[in-house]
Design a protein around this ligand. Sequence first.
Ligand SMILES: [Zn+2]
Length: 244
Amino acid sequence: MIGIGRSTGKRPLAAAFPGGDRIFHRIFTRLGCQGRPPNFVVELYPYANLAHTMRLRQETAHVRLSDILRDAPVPVIEAAAAILLAQMYRRRLPTELRDLYRRFALAHSTRRHIARVRRKRARRIVHNPRGVAHDLEPMFAAINLEYFDGNLRRPRLGWSTRPWRSQFGCFDPSLDQIVMNNRLDRVEVPSYAVELILYHEMLHVKHPLRAAACGLQAHSAEFRAEEKRFKHYERARKFLDHVR
Ligand SMILES: [Zn+2]
């Protein structure tokens, strides 16, 4: 899925992306999204990653594309738009757009670009696995024992410093850390829901993707099947569907 990137320390400036609104409008129509298209405000944003976000507020969709896409060819921008729109409007993502985006994301030149940007922008998390309501370290140990025979090595674990809007957790192999959305670090969130997210990220540790960074992870059918081995899978999914 497409996730949220962490930004630089000083408040970074988003830059308008000329023509972005037309691209999003076009893809909105091409995917057959329901309803009237919103006004798209598209900006480039200095995320620490190839991450893009979209928020719908009333009639306006605020889109932030990673500025790594600044000089990307139009079809790549279209593919990024399709990924965001398909997710928000629950439309099927056309295979050719998904493949095109993946080819771009995994290309040597893009990966070098991402690495350069990350070195400059990415910050290591503070080591704060304990959280307010949920302690990730004993949770990791218990899941490791139950589902991985205790064989999974432990990356750094921590809670995000701010709540994220679009994903519950993220394994970042280049920083070797699992960061969990602190939206889940509340007493109202049952531990089985936190555990499912942690288990999911642990599966990413087990099955590393060479180029995976937050937001680039694809989930194979095998991955999904393995995820369903989690004892409270259905219950946790149901709960998480209502966390906003
Ligand atoms: Zn994932």
